[in-house]
Design a protein around this ligand. Structure first.
Ligand SMILES: NC(=O)c1ccc[n+]([C@@H]2O[C@H](COP(=O)([O-])OP(=O)(O)OC[C@H]3O[C@@H](n4cnc5c(N)ncnc54)[C@H](OP(=O)(O)O)[C@@H]3O)[C@@H](O)[C@H]2O)c1
Length: 333
């Protein structure tokens, strides 16, 4: 991507699954520097042993620590803010910690971006932030709100930062999601624990997530929330796909986890009024722009044709054979 040529980039949560994948993708371009910002030394050392590139810098730091962040962001052009506590049950049990990381930490990222006059700051969000049912979703909703309203703090004479937020669903195979859980259960000859076979989730592979994140970074003008157009799968399809790929160890029904939704939503009813769409994505506008301003600013996008919430039970479902293909291609087995 030409836009990345010569750019200095920092990823908070750079050792996480998204952070590592985005780093690999960035290193294929002509970026100048990629700074990895995270807390745990061991994860950085492991990443360092796998990725050998002299454009990489590893910075130990906590997003709760503003002076450290500020120093880390010196001369940076683009920030991908991915650091978060993200496991629903962990966050449910430790809500104060999640507020400190996901909310106060995100505020620190924004303040440091303003202070260092970063060009683009991208907040990585989740479908769980839409009409949230659990504490994780609620903290990520605040992260998103802080990002899209950060432009209120911009002084045009001094600041150039463009803040945008992204929302997507579980990355296929990401830790804590259903696919690795079922794989681990089958491999250790346990029964699959099924809440409800009709439950649905949006589907996005890591490669699709990276394409979406990097393209949205340069499409955004500031203060938008971007949402990719996605398909979904049912838990039944996941179960059958993995049983065909790995074997059938039986199944047992378990209750729905606290804070777990039956279907996920990426855009709720109220947001439809300010949603535009192109062929590949939706864009939710936060400000009350006039129709004329919207036409001028976003000439390549139309008002959305959606009339109902964009939720995982209303989109096309992925067939079993396609899901099996995606699981194999994503090296999840
Ligand atoms: N995975 C998904 O399916 C998915 C879907 C939608 C959105 N998202 C969002 O995408 C982002 C990345 O997810 P992921 O799957 O890559 O998560 P992950 O694998 O758990 O990685 C989280 C990263 O954040 C770092 N981190 C955590 N707390 C930190 C702190 N206080 N200061 C600095 N770094 C900290 C972790 O490293 P240390 O522990 O070493 O600090 C790690 O590098 C999250 O914001 C998540 O909400 C994920």
């Amino acid at each position: 991507m030409n836009e990345l040529k010569g750019k200095k980039i920092l990823s908070t949560g750079g050792t996480g699954s998204l952070g590592q994948a985005i780093t690999r993708r960035l290193l294929k371009t002509e970026v100048d520097v990629v700074r990895i910002f995270s807390r745990i030394e061991n994860k950085q050392v492991m990443m360092q042993s796998e990725l050998n590139d002299d454009r990489l810098r590893y910075l130990i730091g906590d997003i709760r620590d503003f002076p450290r962040l500020q120093r880390a962001l010196e001369d940076i052009d683009i920030v991908f803010h991915a650091a978060a506590l993200k496991h629903v049950p962990v966050v449910e049990y430790n809500p104060f910690e999640a507020i400190n990381t996901n909310v106060i930490g995100s505020r620190n990222v924004i303040e440091a971006c303003l202070h260092e006059n970063v060009e683009i700051a991208v907040g990585v969000g989740t479908d769980k932030a839409v009409s949230p049912l659990n504490t994780y979703g609620a903290t990520k909703l605040l992260m998103e709100k802080l990002f899209v309203t950060a432009s209120n703090y911009l002084d045009e004479k001094r600041h150039r930062t463009k803040f945008i937020a992204l929302r997507y669903g579980n990355v296929l195979g990401s830790s804590g999601s259903v696919i690795p859980k079922f794989i681990q259960q089958i491999k250790s000859k346990q029964k699959l624990t099924i809440t409800s076979p009709e439950m649905t989730r949006f589907s996005i592979t890591m490669d699709e997530a990276l394409d979406f994140i990097l393209s949205s970074t340069f499409v955004g003008k500031g203060s938008e929330v971007f949402v990719p157009k996605l398909k979904a799968y049912t838990i039944e399809t996941v179960k059958e796909s993995l049983q065909e790929l790995l074997g059938n160890t039986g199944e047992e029904k378990i209750p729905v986890r606290q804070g777990e939704k039956f279907h996920e939503t990426l855009i709720n009813t109220d947001e439809l009024r300010t949603t535009l769409e192109s062929e590949t994505r939706y864009m939710i506008l936060q400000r009350s722009l006039s129709d004329e301003e919207i036409r001028q600013k976003y000439s390549n996008m139309e008002r959305t044709a959606l009339t109902e919430p964009y939720s995982s039970d209303r989109v096309k479902l992925i067939e079993k054979d396609r899901l099996k293909e995606l699981i194999v291609k994503s090296n999840l087995l």
